[in-house]
Ligand binder design. Structure first.
Ligand SMILES: [Zn+2]
Length: 71
């Protein structure tokens, strides 16, 4: 973490700044962030599914168009 006094980076387990001996604030406890669920699934998985469907759909629609292009 950065020293509040001099801005020097210090390892998180340090209690005082190695540069200016200023007391460092305690590291903030990392809260375990629960993923936002939508219908029992994390939102990112829905995004992934939608992306795959879009890609498949686009492939179905654009595939023939691209293949027939230039003919
Ligand atoms: Zn310092």
């Amino acid at each position: 973490m950065d020293c509040p006094k001099c801005g020097q980076w210090n390892p998180d387990d340090k209690r005082v700044c190695w540069r200016c001996d200023a007391e460092l604030p305690r590291p903030v406890e990392k809260k375990v962030k629960k993923p936002t669920l939508f219908l029992g699934m994390p939102v990112w998985s829905w995004v992934l599914i939608v992306l795959m469907v879009v890609i498949l759909f686009a492939g179905q629609c654009l595939g023939p168009v691209l293949l027939n292009r230039g003919g």
